[in-house]
Design a protein around this ligand. Sequence first.
Ligand SMILES: C[S@@+](CC[C@H](N)C(=O)[O-])C[C@H]1O[C@@H](n2cnc3c(N)ncnc32)[C@H](O)[C@@H]1O
Length: 317
Amino acid sequence: MAADPTPNPHATAEEVQAAYADPKLANVLYHDWEAGTYDEKWSISYDERCITYATGRFKAAAGDVGPYENAMELGSGTGFFLLNLMQGGVIKKGHVTDLSPGMVEVALRNGRALGLDVDGRVADAEGIPYEDESFDLVVGHAVLHHIPDVPAAMREVRRVLKPGGRFVFAGEPTKVGDKYARGLGRATWWLATNATKFGPLQAWRKPQEELDESSRAAALEAVVDLHTFDPSDLEDVCRSAGLVDVRATTEEFAAALFGWPVRTFEAAVPREKLGFGWAMFAYRTWQRLTWLDERVFAKVLPREVFYNVLVTGRKPG
Ligand SMILES: C[S@@+](CC[C@H](N)C(=O)[O-])C[C@H]1O[C@@H](n2cnc3c(N)ncnc32)[C@H](O)[C@@H]1O
């Protein structure tokens, strides 16, 4: 097997230009560039908070928490889902994979720092470089919407699963959820970056070059975000790949209406302006709204209006 390619966190202007017409190149450049700061940007940690979140998503999708002997993650990024599932006891032996060499490097470093039994490879989900019937479990978080040919990826998932093996994908945007999340994000960005042009609020303005860099990143982000999902269509894609016991669930409505403006606001103003008090306010409010989503909105609203879709199923046998 060829050695993994080297991360490229400083793409040239020509490479960035080419990436606008090539979603896979865009994914590699964008995520190699983000890898070193990704955990900080998305408040990813490997402690109780994210272990509870990851195992909670797994249980919401699969209905069980394992343990699974040998598992692989597609589009692992820095390892948020798989490493926290390993720490939560859902997975014993783990393999991280990602299209971005920079992400694989950081995920392996995180795994080693946590003392976990994990290895990894650079891998395209449309052609997974592992033998047939290798894994008891394949997982992914926020990855399907980046893959050009999702049906091909699901056929690959079926191929590398052992008979009876399970797959769980979580954190995918629904068609409806993506509309309001993006709308709220754009409005918050506009408000925050314009209000901070004036008077005392200027102290809350980020340096212009940082704002410009965020805008350039957002432009590339539009190239890497390829799909949004209707839960029933996603189930059909999995069934067409020969997978069985397929079930999609959705979550986060009020929590997403709150969370997207908050995350955008945090990206638009200097980090040092928002202290620990703000972080606790944001986290506690998000927790309360999640409770409301689970206890109230999940019972009265159609599943299509929630922001996140999770899907699970098995390989026959
Ligand atoms: C939004 S990030 C999510 C990372 C991580 N799963 C998480 O939840 O923090 C999406 C990841 O999918 C990877 N990716 C994009 N296209 C891919 C593909 N075709 N095959 C494998 N990974 C891919 C990206 O490089 C990126 O690391």
